[in-house]
Design a protein around this ligand. Sequence first.
Ligand code: FAD
Ligand code: FES
Length: 287
Amino acid sequence: MILIPDGPAGGATADPMVAHPYRVYRVHKETLDTFTLELAPVEPPAPFPFQPGQFNMLYLFGVGEVPISISGNPLEPRNLTHTTRLVGTVTRAMSGLRRDDLLGVRGPFGTGWPLAEATGRDVVLVAGGIGLAPLRPALYHLLSERQNYGKCVLLYGVRTPEDLLYRRELEKWRSSLDMDIYVTVDRSTGAWRGNVGVVTTLIPRAPFDPLNTIAFICGPEVMMRYTVLELFKRGVAESSMYVSLERNMKCATGFCGHCQFGPFFMCKDGPVFRYDRVKDWMSIREL
Ligand SMILES: Cc1cc2nc3c(=O)[nH]c(=O)nc-3n(C[C@H](O)[C@H](O)[C@H](O)COP(=O)(O)OP(=O)(O)OC[C@H]3O[C@@H](n4cnc5c(N)ncnc54)[C@H](O)[C@@H]3O)c2cc1C
Ligand code: FES
């Protein structure tokens, strides 16, 4: 059962099963089927610290609860940002939310991208489709502490140009010259003059030193499997690759077992895993 307390909003709840009320502050339609919600805590406000890569459980009253990664800036933890693709019952209801509507938030949960371990190294982020959302907080962090990292490279693949997320930000980051950004589409439409092909085709010519690189990968599981193979061909060690995995969740606190993945519970041991620790389990398709 999900409880909505009277106490202060925020992430540092004593009881992780307690959802806090948040109000929709801004809705931004990213693509035909994807939207970003900015949420502000209902009184009294409190910061919501999180690590890039972590997720929240978002509760739509009378509909259900779903895990959604935090896609906002970790340096601005007052408002919570989530980017969601409409796939079924709860995400459809979420897509109908408007400014001032309420929803419940539990979290943050799970592991984050290993940014401390990335210090001093080239950082390659490989995103497929909605997989850019869980990586965006890591991008904000890298840009805010740019001097602590080597090359920062984003390789981003989507089905068509219309599926691109965060267009304006990508342009801004690209022109800042602090980050190498390469975008590709599976299928070109309209006035697209950029790369065409799956995201792995960008890996052979991307500018990074494989021997001093850490890679963060997020997207459909098949895309992550091929990305790992291509990075490995370039010379990146499997122990330097991290993947973010998704499974059905209920409690998000390691109790119910819904998210079990081999010996792991996705909600507390993941969603971000070092690839070599999960590769045997990822190779079992039905798991
Ligand atoms: C840790 C974690 C982080 C996540 N972060 C995000 C995020 O940032 N943004 C986001 O949009 N989604 C994210 N997801 C996926 C999101 O939780 C699901 O899309 C959501 O639970 C679907 O709920 P629903 O009620 O709308 O669909 P349901 O009614 O449960 O499912 C409807 C249909 O969609 C299929 N489906 C369910 N989940 C997915 C999926 N992930 N991909 C494709 N098809 C699916 C089902 O098999 C079913 O056929 C995350 C999942 C996890 C575990
Ligand atoms: S969702 Fe309950 S154990 Fe992970």
